[in-house]
Design a protein around this ligand. Sequence first.
Ligand code: ARG
Length: 517
Amino acid sequence: MHRDAGPPISADTLMSPGAELVGNGMVRDVVRGGRLEGERTGDVAWILSSAGADRFIGEADLLVDLAHVLMLGRQGIVEPAHVRTLLGGLLALRDDGLPASVYDPAYEDVHAGIEAHLTAMVGEEAGGRLHVGRSRNDEVATCLRLRLRDELLALAGEVCELRRVLAGTASAHVETVMPGFTHLQPAQPTTLAHHLLAYAAAFERDTARLLDAYARTNRSPLGSAAFASTGYPLDREWTASRLGFSGVLENSMDAVSGRDFALEALSAAAVLMAGASRLADELVLWSSPLVGFVVLDDAYCSTSSIMPQKKNPDTMELVRAKASTVAGALAAALGIVKGLPQAYNRDLQELSPQLWRGIEETRRSIRVLAGAIGTARFRTGRMAEEAAAGGSTATELADTLVREFGLPFRTAHHVVARAVRDGKLDLAGLEAAAQASAGLSLVGASLDQARIDRALDPLVTVRVRTVMGGPAPDAVGAQLASAASRLARDRAFVEREEARVKARIDELLAEAREAAE
Ligand code: ARG
């Protein structure tokens, strides 16, 4: 997986802006000097700093710096000797790994931290030219998009893997009958394959939503500067293409202040998690001995500190809860954005931890869910036992009266309903119900017990439901085939884009290395 824009996300780092770092390895803050007096410490440093969330974009920031400096050289804005020095310093920071001190909250953000470190390394004569024609406003927006695009591709890949696991499990259970529910009451029999493919279908749409968000994320704000662009002859399209973006965000005010790409990514994640939570919830329910449809692998369960017999489906309960966390991240992000006048406002900084947290929690949850399903043992005997319970084959019996005995459906519905109410879903019971509710004789029309038994067999009920998308084995076979071809298409897209982005970044680094010689 392409990871050039940064290390794996850890939600833990979001919680700590790194206050423990203050002053440790820090070099002179080149941004703050000049306009303002005094040091920021304590709560003030804490509230100003985006250091925690900036850990997600530190690597991306170096790439953005490299592209910007190369462009400044190409455009003749910075002379070749300074370009060489800047590139050499930036590449050294990349090759040695960014020092933890670039995330010192005393810098406010990693952009100031990197500029300060670079300047300390190469001197102000060159280092002081890094930020020509640029603002942290276009810089941070570019970094966020760079990292998020990788995260969206990776998350889409994880959802594809979940779809693969669901389809694989489904293909082994095309004839595994189980009860289907509405209102959590036994409704009609279906198969485990049909049930699992319902989730796979939703996850297909989630993949499409993530890839849609990817397409709108992968555009470059770089060169918009504070919001009104700049008087230097920047080549925005050149930096966009070098960074693997599909193009630029044209209006420079929109480019720095728009965060709808983040809202869209978070909302795709929140919708995905709502579906994941439904599936996790069913696995919790099915794990209960009262239902007994599934046994989760021990690796996905916890026990009790007091009750020795306990095996609890904790991971699935947590996936269910994480869906609320991600919905909360979306709600917070929407709230941060919705009242802001143009253009950049510092409120936007507070959106970043919500974004990374939402994406990270989603990605891990999807992986856990796929693992739990892939290793679960489905208790097909228990499912079969319950498949016809609660009169769930009554619809098929009524349909039989319609198809083979010519009754209007409503009449058949009443006849069977009455037999169910009387607790006599057999030949005598149906005959009595037909006489009483419709004044007709089914026995006279040659209904017999064998025909009733066939209608009440859950496998028969399932087999006749051959309509497109239904649970009949052939219909499920068709769903499996179409799901497989869409899965292959989505996987190919994700892999192609990951390879394309990686190739672009490799080219950028090679070009920077050559120019630094
Ligand atoms: N750390 C800031 C953020 O995350 C970067 C932009 C700061 N810009 C500014 N004008 N203070 O949004």
